[in-house]
Ligand binder design. Structure first.
Ligand code: G16
Length: 550
């Protein structure tokens, strides 16, 4: 970096001083905070994105969203060249620059990082960054801060920042992936791929299953970005979907996947007239999906969460893979299922009994995605409804030959291969995507001829569970191990939790972990009865409160 470049970066950095006394951390899914605190962070992450683009010689994505958080929050996260989350070994640099106290130290950190990682700025490659935002009004000024990063960095490396507008988080990830694979990066191409693949899957749906095609699905879009996008997708398909909470109400306020899954309550805009119907909730940026039905009095939900979506998809995928295996000469296909500690114990038991390999990672799609990518076919879902199905390149090539009826193989095998190819086209290969999820759930229910009630009841019955959160001053004082199932710091807390769990033996299970998106510690408890799960969660929450808040 020469003097002129250094002073250009200093000048632009001085326009975005960091708020005093705030410590930022690149958490489960990027930086999140009250939107008023984030301009400097977004500006700085813009610099990181440009450097990452140069380093990888690829397009990088920047998404401005706080997903399920309240309206007044916002956040920023980076999509890597694969469309997945930022490489974890760049997160410490993100933390360091977000917390640099002044422009001089920021520029020094950037300079040192360029040298240490050996980012070649002199080879004529100019950075390319795609920007997207959700519907939060604060996203407008934050997007401008990201664009200013371009001005700061342009004198050093040259860069193009392309504004993709208001998009769902998964759409931005999809566009980054698509462009880096030589494809189109537009919403239109996203809709085309999903709708074509969905139609193909229906074409290969056996006759007796496809009975429910006219049943209406009612979707709660959390008053976020997903409502309008689902309307667009729906217009390309013969799907009977009614979209509610499309943006007129307050984002994520008594609506959305996080609310329905964690509180197990009926979202705003739903009530007794919807009793028994097939309903679904997206979250604010449409990367999570849960299904539910409303009880006859309109006061309770029968939740069909991410674990049940995972189980439905796993059963369907296994059926197709088993057909291929019957006739396959080309070796065994590895199929793996990935969950977190939040997975309902009954779901893990069910999947294992079905002969599936189940792995457990810490919370956060960045961990689950990485694990699922180790298999030929990998599926991951968090209980909160965030997940997808991944296919390895090698397996996709094998599918190409299996689906080619011309070169032999039975019709059955051809059908299974075509279905799997269609799943690959529907399911976002970059990140969990609620719109993809809706399409695949609808197609698989049609294929099986199942209602939402049959889906909810036939696989397994959830163990009663309860989630609580404890508001803490500093969530970083709590550290966990073993995929977040045990607390290692502060000393004594795990023993205290174990003492409570022992009172709910043999089915009691409980863990606590610091949230990566809010200033809270989350408590998850399971028990043989609702009372036991509630009681365990409450007593552990008060232990956490005693340890961390007093
Ligand atoms: C983000 C991640 C999810 C994760 C969730 C957990 O979701 O993308 O993988 O499950 O955070 O949040 P916490 O750490 O607060 O429990 P989202 O939908 O908010 O982007």
């Amino acid at each position: 970096m020469n003097e002129e470049q250094r002073s250009a970066l200093l000048n632009s950095s001085s326009l975005f001083p960091p708020p005093p006394g705030v410590k930022f951390s690149y958490g489960t899914s990027g930086f999140r905070a009250d939107a008023s605190l984030l301009e400097s962070t977004v500006f700085r992450v813009g610099i990181l994105a440009a450097l990452r683009s140069i380093h990888t010689r690829s397009v990088i994505g920047l998404m401005i969203t706080a997903s399920h958080n309240r309206l007044s929050d916002n956040g920023i996260k980076v999509a890597d060249p694969s469309g997945g989350m930022l490489a974890q070994n760049w997160e410490p640099f993100a933390d360091a620059i977000a917390n640099a106290p002044d422009p001089n130290s920021l520029v020094q950190l950037v300079y040192d990082f360029i040298k240490r990682v050996n980012i070649r700025l002199d080879e004529g490659f100019s950075a390319e960054v795609f920007l997207g935002r959700d519907t939060r009004p604060s996203g407008i000024s934050l997007l401008e801060a990201a664009k200013q990063a371009k001005l700061g960095i342009i004198s050093i490396i040259g860069s193009t920042f392309t504004d993709m507008g208001i998009v769902t988080t998964p759409q931005l990830h999809w566009m980054v992936r698509s462009r880096n694979k030589g494809g189109e990066a537009s919403e239109q191409s996203y809709y085309n791929q999903l709708s074509t693949s969905f139609r193909c899957l229906l074409d290969y749906c056996p006759g007796e299953g496809c009975g429910n095609v006219d049943d209406e699905l009612i979707v709660d879009a959390a008053d976020g970005v997903g409502g309008e996008k689902l309307e667009t997708l729906k217009s390309k398909l013969s799907l009977n979907v009614q979209v509610r909470n499309r943006g007129a109400g307050v984002l994520n306020d008594g609506v959305g996947a996080d609310y329905v899954q964690k509180e197990k309550l009926v979202p705003r805009g739903f009530g007794p007239p919807d009793a028994g119907k097939r309903c679904a909730s997206l979250d604010g940026d449409a990367d999570r999906l849960v299904y539910f039905s409303v009880s006859s009095d309109g006061n309770a939900v029968d939740l069909v969460d991410g674990d049940k979506i995972l189980s439905l998809f796993s059963v369907f995928l296994k059926e197709q893979l088993d057909v291929l295996a019957e006739e396959e000469e080309g070796g065994v296909v590895s199929f793996g299922v990935v969950q977190t500690a939040y997975a309902n114990g009954a779901s893990t038991e069910y999947l294992r009994r079905a002969g599936l390999r189940v792995a457990c990672t810490p919370t956060g799609v960045k961990y689950l995605h990485e694990k699922a990518a180790e298999y030929d076919v990998g599926i991951y879902f968090e209980a909160n409804g965030h997940g997808t199905v991944l296919f390895s390149d090698g397996f996709l090539s094998r599918l190409d030959s299996s689906s080619n009826a011309e070169i032999g193989g039975s019709e059955k095998k051809h059908g299974a291969a075509m279905r799997l190819r269609a799943v690959n086209g529907i399911m976002n290969q970059a990140v969990g995507d609620a719109l993809s999820g809706v399409l695949l759930v609808e197609a698989v229910l049609l294929y099986k001829g199942w209602s939402i009630h049959q889906w909810s009841e036939r696989l397994y019955r959830d163990l009663p569970s309860r989630q609580l959160k404890v508001i803490v001053h500093d969530r970083s004082v709590i550290e966990t191990a073993d995929a977040e199932t045990r607390v290692v710091k502060p000393a004594g807390l795990q023993e205290a939790i174990d003492g409570e769990v022992a009172k709910h033996s043999p089915d009691g299970r409980c863990f606590v972990r610091p949230s990566g998106t809010e200033d809270v510690v989350r408590v998850y408890a399971e028990g043989s009865t609702r009372e036991s799960a509630d009681d365990l969660a409450r007593s552990v929450a008060s232990i956490v409160d005693r340890y961390l808040c007093s």
